[in-house]
Design a protein around this ligand. Structure first.
Ligand SMILES: C[S@@+](CC[C@H](N)C(=O)[O-])C[C@H]1O[C@@H](n2cnc3c(N)ncnc32)[C@H](O)[C@@H]1O
Length: 232
């Protein structure tokens, strides 16, 4: 799997990051082992401060139908599956064959086969085949595709449902003028800025940007709206 260099650039000061990672509740059992394994192997799963936040959020909002884009080894899918309400389901999309294999192995190991469905393939195609509706969607895949996936996801999300989008702050460089951004990441920097400009204050949404990990954008869908223009 490609290394995400930005996973090493904290968007809050390092002392606070250390505090968020070590003073808050810890995972236990198999999930903690998987978290440690991911950290050892540098698989880019959600950082601990995001784990704690999702744990808190699921307790508060009690989602039942959950969709994830970007499974990797299944860590966040397993975390969410352990926290959905009775009868809840997690559907998660992954295109990397090695990750799919590892996720399926982990899901079986956790006895979660009946709670988690891994859809194998590219989210660009698979999102169009889903019907929803979902109470909670977690978008944690290639950032360049966020604007393309967003309209589909908003169609799949219930009114009142929540979308969490991970890694939107570009390692803390999102606010820099493009001329200070290395050429190889300029396009994604521009795309993410345009995307944030569009959704942060959109009248059909309620959004809040949190400095967890490399930035977690939380969006509530207030009403139906056609965002298909964002695909072009
Ligand atoms: C950051 S990792 C996901 C981590 C996982 N959510 C966790 O925290 O445990 C991103 C994953 O998204 C997958 N991915 C990226 N673009 C995708 C796409 N268009 N369709 C399906 N999967 C995609 C990558 O292969 C990678 O495994």
């Amino acid at each position: 799997m490609k290394r995400n260099r930005m996973m090493d650039w904290p968007v809050v000061n390092p002392g606070i990051l250390e505090y968020l990672r070590h003073q808050q509740m810890e995972l236990s059992g198999q999930l903690r082992e998987l978290q440690e394994e991911a950290s050892r192997r540098r698989v880019p799963v959600i950082p601990h401060e995001t784990v704690v936040f999702l744990d808190w959020l699921f307790d508060l909002t009690q989602p039942k139908e959950v969709l994830e884009v970007g499974t990797a080894i299944g860590f966040s899918a397993l975390l969410m599956a352990e926290r959905v309400v009775e009868g809840g389901q997690v559907t998660t999309i992954e295109r990397n064959p090695q990750m799919i294999q590892e996720a399926l192995t982990n899901i079986s190991k956790f006895n979660m086969d009946d709670k988690i469905t891994v859809l194998e393939g590219d989210a660009a195609e698979l999102l169009q085949t889903l019907e929803g509706p979902y109470d909670f969607v977690f978008m944690d895949s290639a950032k360049a595709k966020y604007p393309e996936f967003f309209p589909e996801i908003m169609n799949l999300l219930k009114v009142g449902g929540v979308l969490a989008i991970d890694d939107v702050l570009q390692g803390g460089t999102i606010m820099y003028d493009e001329k200070y951004i290395p050429k190889r990441v300029r396009k994604i920097h521009r795309k993410l800025n345009e995307f944030l400009d569009e959704v942060l204050t959109h009248e059909s949404l309620k959004a809040s940007l949190l400095p967890l990990g490399d930035g977690l954008l939380m969006i509530t869908k207030k009403e139906n709206h056609d965002f298909s223009y964002m695909k072009s």
